[in-house]
Design a protein around this ligand. Structure first.
Ligand SMILES: [Zn+2]
Ligand SMILES: [Zn+2]
Length: 151
């Protein structure tokens, strides 16, 4: 059984256990895949990664685990026309950089955004308006290899 590596994984393990969920080795591997790094994986990417370690895991288990964590407010779902991606490290809405070439998604820290969100919350007639902010561009790795017209 894989050891929970990061404190974020340990946090997710604790939350699931406290909510009475059973923690199988497959589930733990899903948590590790969700919470590690800045990758914002798709369910399919998590499935591929976990299946390499646990061949018996099903895509349904991956979706169920994500859904459970989403309902607990521990995973942020980012919907794209190309498919949903997930952030298991930071579940509160935050801005992202999206590479239009390879689909890589990274967090971007914009402290000034919070005051805009607060101002909008004061004026909008909606309750709990959730901001969604994506910046589209070409990531450094793709810029290295992309044809000139994409730079
Ligand atoms: Zn890229
Ligand atoms: Zn993120």
């Amino acid at each position: 059984m894989q050891e929970p590596s990061s404190t974020r994984v340990q946090e997710l393990v604790a939350r699931l256990r406290a909510a009475g969920h059973r923690l199988t080795p497959q589930r733990l591997a899903i948590l590790c895949s969700l919470a590690r790094g800045d990758a914002h994986p798709s369910a399919e990417a998590i499935f591929a990664e976990v299946r390499a370690l646990h061949p018996m895991v099903s895509l349904a288990t991956v979706y169920n685990t994500i859904e459970t964590l989403k309902e607990m407010g521990e995973v942020l779902e980012l919907q794209f026309s190309t498919g949903n991606r997930y952030d298991g490290r930071l579940a509160t809405p935050h801005p992202h950089l999206v590479c239009t070439h390879c689909g890589r998604i990274e967090d971007v820290a914009l402290p000034a955004l919070q005051s805009a969100v607060d101002a909008a919350a004061r004026h909008l007639p909606f309750t709990a308006a959730v901001p969604r902010l994506d910046f589209y561009g070409i990531c450094p790795a793709c810029r290295e290899t992309a044809p000139l017209q994409n730079r």
